[in-house]
Design a protein around this ligand. Structure first.
Ligand code: SAM
Length: 281
């Protein structure tokens, strides 16, 4: 598959993802929220597209030492949930980058609705070619997104390039284990747009190659297994809404792919973790 085909696959995947701007706003309305006076505290129940919810944002903030004076880049920011959460709770400036235009548009709309658009801004673009000057950010974060990106050497080099010397990069990602089989990788690539998965050790080597030291690695595989079982149930609970928006065939395809993915955590064929790296300086 060519790189441009891979990126089309990712944007197609996220254009039709069950967590989207419309479904977030529908759920809030169903909760009786006045969308004309929307706050981050209300949005945050529905706009996070990673494992471990708000606590996972706080853990990244703690590891990276985010304060009100930090300028944070959220690489692959999705609907902007973590970006808004960090700005709202830590007072920092956050720039979100995402490949999928519908995600960037939805993120900008929700951010304006929550009155956070002075602190949080978004830019559509490929993480392999970040549209920012060298040494722009104090902190780079990302959650459960690098699995979609095909050239991890270039990705880590790009993230480190935009980080200030001494800056920190804290992220989580789906990672291979020593039990991962090629057939599983092939199916995840085909059905869930997971273009390339890395092991934790391979990430550490890439940081070392780019003048960074990995200070912390947390293995989240077991914790994520439990979360993924719940997520599958949550997506199934959204069946009516997903079918109404994208059709039954789409839902069935999604459900089969997701159930397969969750099963890989059951057998230990798939894992994940949190890495903190510091750029030398
Ligand atoms: C699972 S979502 C995570 C969203 C967000 N980090 C969160 O926690 O809510 C993955 C995101 O990665 C984005 N993405 C995938 N490949 C990308 C790339 N090459 N460059 C930038 N964004 C990308 C997708 O568009 C999607 O929004």
């Amino acid at each position: 598959m060519t790189e441009s085909h891979l990126f089309d696959q990712v944007t197609g995947f996220y254009d039709t993802h069950p967590i989207n701007e419309h479904q977030i706003l529908e759920k809030l309305e169903r909760d009786g929220v006045d969308l004309g006076a929307l706050s981050e505290d209300q949005l945050q129940a529905y706009d996070q597209d990673h494992y471990g919810g708000l606590a996972a944002n706080d853990r990244l903030a703690e590891l990276a030492g985010i304060t009100a004076s930090s300028h944070v880049l959220d690489v692959c920011c999705g609907m902007g949930g973590p970006a808004r959460y960090l700005a709202h709770n830590y007072g920092c400036r956050v720039t979100g980058n995402d490949l999928t235009q519908s995600r960037v548009d939805g993120a900008a709309k929700l951010t304006a609705m929550a009155g956070l658009d002075t602190l949080v801004t978004f830019r559509q673009g490929n993480a392999l070619d970040l549209a920012f000057d060298d040494a722009t950010f104090d902190v780079v974060i990302s959650q459960e997104s690098f699995c979609h990106i095909p050239d991890k050497d270039r990705l880590i080099a790009e993230c480190v390039r935009v980080l200030k010397p001494g800056g920190r990069m804290a992220f989580t990602d789906i990672m291979t284990t020593d039990r991962t089989k090629p057939a599983a990788l092939e199916r995840l690539s085909r059905e869930m747009a997971m273009a390339e998965l890395s092991s934790a050790d391979a990430y550490s080597r890439r940081f070392a190659d780019n003048g960074c030291e990995v200070e912390t690695f947390e293995d989240l595989s077991e914790e994520w297994h439990a979360i993924l079982v719940e997520r599958l149930a949550m997506y199934r609970s959204l069946e009516d809404q997903t079918v109404a928006r994208f059709g039954q065939a789409h839902f069935d395809k999604w459900d089969g792919a997701y159930a397969f993915f969750v099963g890989l955590y059951e057998t230990g064929e798939m894992g994940g973790g949190r890495i903190l790296a510091r750029r030398g300086g």
